[in-house]
Design a protein around this ligand. Structure first.
Ligand code: CP
Length: 353
Protein backbone atom coordinates (compact mmCIF):
# COMPACT_ATOMS: atom_id res chain seq x y z
CA UNK A 1 0.00 0.00 0.00
CA UNK A 2 1.11 3.51 -0.71
CA UNK A 3 -0.33 6.16 1.57
CA UNK A 4 0.04 9.89 0.99
CA UNK A 5 0.43 11.52 4.38
CA UNK A 6 3.22 13.93 3.43
CA UNK A 7 4.73 14.47 -0.03
CA UNK A 8 7.99 13.15 1.47
CA UNK A 9 6.30 9.74 1.14
CA UNK A 10 6.80 10.00 -2.63
CA UNK A 11 10.00 10.39 -4.64
CA UNK A 12 10.53 13.46 -6.79
CA UNK A 13 10.17 11.15 -9.76
CA UNK A 14 6.73 10.01 -8.48
CA UNK A 15 5.61 13.60 -7.99
CA UNK A 16 6.82 14.75 -11.41
CA UNK A 17 4.99 11.79 -12.96
CA UNK A 18 1.73 12.71 -11.10
CA UNK A 19 1.96 16.32 -12.36
CA UNK A 20 2.63 15.15 -15.92
CA UNK A 21 -0.31 12.74 -15.70
CA UNK A 22 -2.61 15.47 -14.34
CA UNK A 23 -1.84 17.64 -17.36
CA UNK A 24 -2.37 14.66 -19.68
CA UNK A 25 -5.78 13.99 -18.06
CA UNK A 26 -6.72 17.66 -18.39
CA UNK A 27 -5.90 17.53 -22.10
CA UNK A 28 -7.70 14.26 -22.78
CA UNK A 29 -10.09 13.34 -19.93
CA UNK A 30 -12.15 10.78 -21.88
CA UNK A 31 -9.10 8.47 -22.09
CA UNK A 32 -9.31 7.97 -18.30
CA UNK A 33 -13.07 7.70 -17.76
CA UNK A 34 -13.12 3.95 -17.01
CA UNK A 35 -9.77 3.55 -15.23
CA UNK A 36 -11.26 3.21 -11.73
CA UNK A 37 -14.43 1.33 -12.68
CA UNK A 38 -15.54 -0.76 -9.70
CA UNK A 39 -13.39 1.15 -7.20
CA UNK A 40 -14.75 3.20 -4.29
CA UNK A 41 -13.16 6.09 -2.45
CA UNK A 42 -14.22 6.84 1.14
CA UNK A 43 -14.16 10.59 1.82
CA UNK A 44 -14.05 11.06 5.59
CA UNK A 45 -14.27 14.76 6.33
CA UNK A 46 -14.16 15.55 10.03
CA UNK A 47 -13.77 19.23 9.11
CA UNK A 48 -15.55 21.44 6.52
CA UNK A 49 -14.36 21.50 2.92
CA UNK A 50 -15.63 22.61 -0.46
CA UNK A 51 -12.75 22.05 -2.88
CA UNK A 52 -10.89 19.07 -1.45
CA UNK A 53 -13.90 16.94 -0.64
CA UNK A 54 -15.85 17.60 -3.79
CA UNK A 55 -12.82 17.38 -6.07
CA UNK A 56 -11.86 13.98 -4.60
CA UNK A 57 -15.40 12.76 -5.16
CA UNK A 58 -15.54 14.22 -8.67
CA UNK A 59 -12.09 12.83 -9.48
CA UNK A 60 -13.22 9.30 -8.60
CA UNK A 61 -16.50 9.72 -10.54
CA UNK A 62 -14.62 11.01 -13.58
CA UNK A 63 -12.38 7.94 -13.43
CA UNK A 64 -15.45 5.68 -13.49
CA UNK A 65 -15.42 4.89 -9.75
CA UNK A 66 -17.76 5.81 -6.90
CA UNK A 67 -17.57 7.47 -3.49
CA UNK A 68 -19.04 7.05 -0.02
CA UNK A 69 -18.35 8.91 3.20
CA UNK A 70 -19.38 11.74 5.48
CA UNK A 71 -18.88 15.48 5.35
CA UNK A 72 -19.55 15.99 9.03
CA UNK A 73 -18.64 13.48 11.76
CA UNK A 74 -21.89 14.37 13.57
CA UNK A 75 -23.64 12.24 10.95
CA UNK A 76 -21.45 9.23 11.70
CA UNK A 77 -20.80 7.03 14.73
CA UNK A 78 -17.98 9.40 15.68
CA UNK A 79 -20.84 11.31 17.36
CA UNK A 80 -21.43 8.21 19.55
CA UNK A 81 -17.80 8.18 20.65
CA UNK A 82 -16.19 5.88 18.08
CA UNK A 83 -12.45 6.46 17.91
CA UNK A 84 -10.38 7.08 14.77
CA UNK A 85 -8.82 3.62 14.82
CA UNK A 86 -12.18 1.80 14.76
CA UNK A 87 -13.68 4.11 12.12
CA UNK A 88 -10.69 3.54 9.85
CA UNK A 89 -10.66 -0.22 10.39
CA UNK A 90 -14.33 -0.34 9.33
CA UNK A 91 -14.26 2.07 6.38
CA UNK A 92 -11.05 0.63 4.95
CA UNK A 93 -12.88 -2.71 4.84
CA UNK A 94 -15.67 -1.13 2.79
CA UNK A 95 -13.64 0.98 0.36
CA UNK A 96 -10.53 0.79 -1.83
CA UNK A 97 -8.93 4.10 -0.83
CA UNK A 98 -9.68 6.77 1.78
CA UNK A 99 -9.22 10.56 1.74
CA UNK A 100 -9.37 11.91 5.28
CA UNK A 101 -9.54 15.48 6.56
CA UNK A 102 -9.30 16.00 10.30
CA UNK A 103 -8.88 19.03 12.58
CA UNK A 104 -6.14 17.37 14.63
CA UNK A 105 -2.49 17.32 13.51
CA UNK A 106 -1.16 13.87 12.67
CA UNK A 107 -4.63 12.30 12.23
CA UNK A 108 -3.93 11.01 8.70
CA UNK A 109 -0.68 9.41 9.87
CA UNK A 110 -2.59 7.79 12.74
CA UNK A 111 -5.27 6.54 10.32
CA UNK A 112 -2.61 4.94 8.11
CA UNK A 113 -1.53 2.68 10.99
CA UNK A 114 -4.93 0.95 11.07
CA UNK A 115 -6.06 1.01 7.46
CA UNK A 116 -6.28 -1.96 5.12
CA UNK A 117 -6.42 0.43 2.12
CA UNK A 118 -4.36 3.48 1.10
CA UNK A 119 -4.92 6.68 3.08
CA UNK A 120 -4.64 10.14 1.56
CA UNK A 121 -4.15 13.11 3.85
CA UNK A 122 -6.73 15.69 2.78
CA UNK A 123 -5.56 18.11 5.50
CA UNK A 124 -4.64 17.42 9.15
CA UNK A 125 -5.25 20.45 11.34
CA UNK A 126 -2.65 23.17 10.86
CA UNK A 127 -0.03 20.62 9.82
CA UNK A 128 -0.03 19.49 6.16
CA UNK A 129 -2.19 19.43 3.03
CA UNK A 130 -0.20 17.49 0.41
CA UNK A 131 -2.92 17.19 -2.24
CA UNK A 132 -3.32 20.98 -2.28
CA UNK A 133 0.39 21.12 -3.11
CA UNK A 134 -0.12 18.75 -6.05
CA UNK A 135 -2.81 21.15 -7.26
CA UNK A 136 -0.39 24.08 -6.78
CA UNK A 137 2.33 22.27 -8.72
CA UNK A 138 0.03 21.61 -11.69
CA UNK A 139 -0.78 25.34 -11.77
CA UNK A 140 2.89 26.36 -11.51
CA UNK A 141 3.90 23.86 -14.20
CA UNK A 142 1.34 25.44 -16.54
CA UNK A 143 2.37 29.00 -15.75
CA UNK A 144 6.12 28.79 -15.17
CA UNK A 145 7.10 25.59 -16.97
CA UNK A 146 9.31 24.37 -14.12
CA UNK A 147 9.70 24.63 -10.35
CA UNK A 148 13.22 26.03 -10.03
CA UNK A 149 14.89 29.41 -9.32
CA UNK A 150 11.69 31.11 -8.19
CA UNK A 151 11.29 33.83 -5.58
CA UNK A 152 8.18 32.75 -3.74
CA UNK A 153 6.31 35.03 -1.35
CA UNK A 154 3.93 33.41 1.14
CA UNK A 155 1.63 35.83 2.91
CA UNK A 156 -0.87 35.65 5.77
CA UNK A 157 -1.24 32.82 8.26
CA UNK A 158 2.02 30.93 7.89
CA UNK A 159 1.70 29.32 11.32
CA UNK A 160 -1.59 27.45 10.93
CA UNK A 161 -1.72 27.44 7.10
CA UNK A 162 -1.18 23.74 6.32
CA UNK A 163 -1.10 24.46 2.58
CA UNK A 164 1.92 26.70 3.17
CA UNK A 165 3.78 23.99 5.08
CA UNK A 166 3.29 21.33 2.41
CA UNK A 167 4.07 23.79 -0.41
CA UNK A 168 7.32 25.06 1.18
CA UNK A 169 8.52 21.52 1.94
CA UNK A 170 7.89 20.58 -1.68
CA UNK A 171 9.44 23.65 -3.31
CA UNK A 172 12.55 23.11 -1.18
CA UNK A 173 13.19 19.93 -3.14
CA UNK A 174 13.70 21.94 -6.33
CA UNK A 175 16.87 23.95 -6.71
CA UNK A 176 17.30 27.69 -6.46
CA UNK A 177 13.98 28.62 -4.86
CA UNK A 178 13.95 31.49 -2.36
CA UNK A 179 11.15 32.05 0.15
CA UNK A 180 9.88 35.41 1.43
CA UNK A 181 7.63 34.85 4.44
CA UNK A 182 5.26 37.80 4.86
CA UNK A 183 3.36 37.62 8.15
CA UNK A 184 3.02 39.01 11.65
CA UNK A 185 5.36 37.60 14.30
CA UNK A 186 2.45 35.72 15.87
CA UNK A 187 1.64 33.88 12.63
CA UNK A 188 5.17 33.27 11.36
CA UNK A 189 6.19 30.00 9.75
CA UNK A 190 6.96 27.16 12.24
CA UNK A 191 10.54 26.77 13.44
CA UNK A 192 10.80 23.22 12.09
CA UNK A 193 10.29 24.53 8.55
CA UNK A 194 12.84 27.31 8.93
CA UNK A 195 15.33 24.78 10.31
CA UNK A 196 14.60 22.49 7.37
CA UNK A 197 15.28 25.29 4.87
CA UNK A 198 18.62 26.08 6.54
CA UNK A 199 19.58 22.41 6.77
CA UNK A 200 18.92 21.89 3.06
CA UNK A 201 20.89 25.02 2.07
CA UNK A 202 17.79 26.99 1.06
CA UNK A 203 17.24 30.70 1.46
CA UNK A 204 14.46 32.56 3.26
CA UNK A 205 13.62 36.05 4.53
CA UNK A 206 10.88 37.11 6.92
CA UNK A 207 9.16 40.46 6.51
CA UNK A 208 6.00 42.23 7.55
CA UNK A 209 5.15 44.25 4.42
CA UNK A 210 3.46 42.85 1.33
CA UNK A 211 3.83 46.23 -0.35
CA UNK A 212 7.63 46.20 0.02
CA UNK A 213 8.09 42.60 -1.14
CA UNK A 214 5.62 42.16 -3.96
CA UNK A 215 7.85 43.70 -6.65
CA UNK A 216 10.53 41.02 -6.11
CA UNK A 217 8.29 37.98 -6.44
CA UNK A 218 7.76 35.38 -9.17
CA UNK A 219 4.97 33.72 -7.17
CA UNK A 220 2.73 35.15 -4.46
CA UNK A 221 0.92 32.53 -2.35
CA UNK A 222 -1.77 34.32 -0.35
CA UNK A 223 -3.51 32.59 2.57
CA UNK A 224 -6.52 33.09 4.80
CA UNK A 225 -6.08 33.71 8.53
CA UNK A 226 -7.24 30.33 9.89
CA UNK A 227 -9.91 31.52 12.32
CA UNK A 228 -10.79 27.97 13.39
CA UNK A 229 -7.28 27.36 14.81
CA UNK A 230 -7.27 30.32 17.24
CA UNK A 231 -7.91 29.83 20.96
CA UNK A 232 -10.02 33.01 21.24
CA UNK A 233 -11.97 35.49 19.12
CA UNK A 234 -9.76 38.31 20.45
CA UNK A 235 -6.59 36.62 19.17
CA UNK A 236 -8.16 36.20 15.74
CA UNK A 237 -9.42 39.80 15.66
CA UNK A 238 -5.88 41.02 16.34
CA UNK A 239 -4.60 39.17 13.26
CA UNK A 240 -7.32 39.61 10.66
CA UNK A 241 -7.27 42.31 7.98
CA UNK A 242 -3.52 42.97 8.27
CA UNK A 243 -2.54 41.73 4.80
CA UNK A 244 -4.72 42.54 1.83
CA UNK A 245 -3.86 42.12 -1.83
CA UNK A 246 -5.54 44.89 -3.81
CA UNK A 247 -5.20 46.41 -7.27
CA UNK A 248 -2.85 49.10 -5.95
CA UNK A 249 -0.35 46.48 -4.76
CA UNK A 250 -0.74 44.54 -8.02
CA UNK A 251 0.58 47.65 -9.82
CA UNK A 252 3.89 47.19 -7.95
CA UNK A 253 4.23 43.55 -9.06
CA UNK A 254 6.00 42.01 -12.04
CA UNK A 255 4.03 41.30 -15.21
CA UNK A 256 4.99 37.65 -14.83
CA UNK A 257 3.80 37.31 -11.21
CA UNK A 258 1.62 34.27 -10.51
CA UNK A 259 -0.87 34.93 -7.69
CA UNK A 260 -2.06 31.76 -5.97
CA UNK A 261 -4.36 31.07 -3.03
CA UNK A 262 -5.59 27.63 -1.89
CA UNK A 263 -9.01 29.20 -1.14
CA UNK A 264 -11.39 29.76 0.52
CA UNK A 265 -10.54 33.45 0.78
CA UNK A 266 -12.23 35.76 3.24
CA UNK A 267 -11.08 39.28 2.41
CA UNK A 268 -7.31 38.96 1.98
CA UNK A 269 -7.65 39.37 -1.81
CA UNK A 270 -9.94 42.11 -3.03
CA UNK A 271 -12.47 41.17 -5.71
CA UNK A 272 -10.91 43.54 -8.30
CA UNK A 273 -7.76 41.36 -8.37
CA UNK A 274 -9.84 38.47 -9.77
CA UNK A 275 -9.86 40.19 -13.18
CA UNK A 276 -6.08 40.62 -13.25
CA UNK A 277 -4.48 38.12 -15.69
CA UNK A 278 -1.91 37.31 -12.99
CA UNK A 279 -4.62 35.93 -10.64
CA UNK A 280 -4.60 32.13 -10.94
CA UNK A 281 -6.45 30.97 -7.83
CA UNK A 282 -9.66 29.87 -9.55
CA UNK A 283 -7.68 28.00 -12.22
CA UNK A 284 -5.62 26.49 -9.37
CA UNK A 285 -8.80 25.17 -7.69
CA UNK A 286 -10.00 23.75 -11.02
CA UNK A 287 -6.70 21.88 -11.35
CA UNK A 288 -7.53 20.08 -8.10
CA UNK A 289 -9.66 17.59 -10.02
CA UNK A 290 -6.83 16.60 -12.40
CA UNK A 291 -4.19 16.49 -9.65
CA UNK A 292 -6.42 14.19 -7.56
CA UNK A 293 -7.35 12.00 -10.54
CA UNK A 294 -3.64 11.57 -11.28
CA UNK A 295 -2.89 10.85 -7.62
CA UNK A 296 -5.58 8.15 -7.39
CA UNK A 297 -4.25 6.50 -10.58
CA UNK A 298 -0.71 6.68 -9.24
CA UNK A 299 -1.60 5.07 -5.91
CA UNK A 300 -3.44 2.21 -7.64
CA UNK A 301 -0.49 1.68 -10.00
CA UNK A 302 1.88 0.95 -7.12
CA UNK A 303 3.08 -2.61 -6.75
CA UNK A 304 4.86 -4.31 -3.87
CA UNK A 305 4.51 -1.42 -1.45
CA UNK A 306 4.92 -2.21 2.22
CA UNK A 307 2.37 -1.53 4.89
CA UNK A 308 3.40 1.23 7.28
CA UNK A 309 4.08 1.37 10.96
CA UNK A 310 5.73 4.07 13.02
CA UNK A 311 9.39 4.58 12.11
CA UNK A 312 10.68 6.43 15.16
CA UNK A 313 11.57 5.44 18.69
CA UNK A 314 8.66 4.48 20.95
CA UNK A 315 9.69 6.54 23.97
CA UNK A 316 7.85 6.92 27.23
CA UNK A 317 7.08 10.62 26.75
CA UNK A 318 4.25 12.71 25.32
CA UNK A 319 4.15 15.14 22.45
CA UNK A 320 4.08 18.69 23.85
CA UNK A 321 1.83 19.89 21.00
CA UNK A 322 -1.71 19.97 22.44
CA UNK A 323 -3.08 19.79 18.88
CA UNK A 324 -1.30 16.49 18.18
CA UNK A 325 -3.47 13.41 17.59
CA UNK A 326 -1.43 11.44 20.17
CA UNK A 327 -2.92 13.69 22.85
CA UNK A 328 -6.53 12.94 21.88
CA UNK A 329 -6.35 9.31 20.68
CA UNK A 330 -4.47 7.90 23.66
CA UNK A 331 -4.01 4.34 22.33
CA UNK A 332 -1.61 5.51 19.58
CA UNK A 333 2.01 4.40 19.88
CA UNK A 334 3.98 7.59 20.62
CA UNK A 335 6.89 7.77 18.23
CA UNK A 336 9.76 10.23 17.97
CA UNK A 337 12.46 10.78 15.37
CA UNK A 338 15.84 11.98 16.66
CA UNK A 339 17.38 14.98 14.90
CA UNK A 340 20.39 16.95 16.22
CA UNK A 341 19.83 15.93 19.86
CA UNK A 342 16.14 16.77 19.62
CA UNK A 343 13.11 14.55 19.40
CA UNK A 344 10.49 15.27 16.75
CA UNK A 345 6.98 13.81 17.04
CA UNK A 346 6.44 11.53 14.06
CA UNK A 347 2.75 12.48 13.79
CA UNK A 348 2.80 16.30 13.94
CA UNK A 349 6.50 17.23 13.39
CA UNK A 350 6.63 19.20 16.65
CA UNK A 351 9.88 19.39 18.52
CA UNK A 352 9.38 17.81 21.93
CA UNK A 353 10.40 20.19 24.71
N1 CP B 1 -8.03 24.47 -0.45
C1 CP B 1 -8.85 23.76 0.34
O1 CP B 1 -8.41 22.86 1.04
O2 CP B 1 -10.15 24.12 0.27
P1 CP B 1 -11.35 23.40 1.06
O3 CP B 1 -11.12 23.65 2.53
O4 CP B 1 -12.59 24.02 0.54
O5 CP B 1 -11.25 21.93 0.77
Amino acid sequence: MKHLIDLDDFSLEDIDSIIKKAIEIKTNPSKFQEKMKGKIIGTLFYEPSTRTQISFQTAMLRLGGQFVGFDNPINSSVAKGENLKDTIKIISGYTDIIAIRHPIEGAAKAASLFSSCPIINAGDGGHLHPTQTLTDLVTLKEQKGNFENLTIGLCGDLKFGRTVHSFVKMMLKYKGNKFIFISTKELSVPEYLKNMIVKLGGEYEECSSLEKSIGNLDVLYMTRIQKERFCSGEEYDAQKDIFKLDCGKMKLARKSLVVMHPLPRVDEIEGCVDDDPRAFYFKQAANGIYARMALILHIFSQQNCKNVSVKGQKLNMSCSNKRCITNTEKYLPKSFLKSNNEYICEYCDSRVK
